[in-house]
Write a protein that binds this ligand. Structure first.
Ligand code: SME
Length: 156
């Protein structure tokens, strides 16, 4: 089990003096990818185009699809419902978007701006089925709260 409190502290140290979300989300994806075992993708989709869609943001892993409409796939569902999606087997999720055929399970956490509106999602994929536990969900949700607190997540 990763030390999520330590991970949140490491993230705080990386973001607290840097208001722009671009370097902070880039470092966040690198930190998650190198700290958590059994991942094949970790990164962000952002709701910054002014349309009901998510745009590919900073990430680690294989090249990924660029735009995801709200309501589509795991990420679009999480953004549209403002709800964490913890998917033990992506092949059983209706409309799952397979960017990397190695992905077997996935967790997606919505991110909010200071008004509480969804401004994007944190998306993490694993080649292992049922990779993400309730503890992972709690730890990653706390990690997302650090990003919300310190990054200026706004439309650009
Ligand atoms: N699987 C996601 C698409 C993004 S990739 O996993 C990087 C989805 O269904 O929304």
């Amino acid at each position: 089990m990763p030390d999520y409190a330590l991970l949140a502290d490491q993230m705080k140290a990386l973001v607290q003096d840097e208001p722009h979300f671009l370097p902070s989300l880039s470092n966040a994806s690198a930190l998650l990818y190198e700290s958590l075992p059994d991942l094949n993708w970790a990164g962000f989709y952002l709701s910054i185009t002014g349309k009901d869609e998510l745009l590919l943001g900073p990430f680690q892993g294989k090249t990924a699809c660029i735009r995801i409409p709200y309501g589509k796939g795991v990420c679009g569902t999480s953004a549209a419902q403002d709800k964490v999606q913890r998917v033990p087997d992506v092949h059983l999720f209706p409309g799952h978007i397979a960017c990397d055929s190695a992905s077997a399970s996935e967790i997606v956490i919505p991110l909010h701006n200071t008004r509480g509106e969804v401004i994007g999602v944190l998306d993490i994929d694993s080649p292992v089925k049922n990779r993400f536990s309730e503890e992972d969900e709690a730890g990653l949700t706390a990690f997302a709260r650090v990003l919300e607190q310190f990054c200026h997540l706004t439309r650009i």
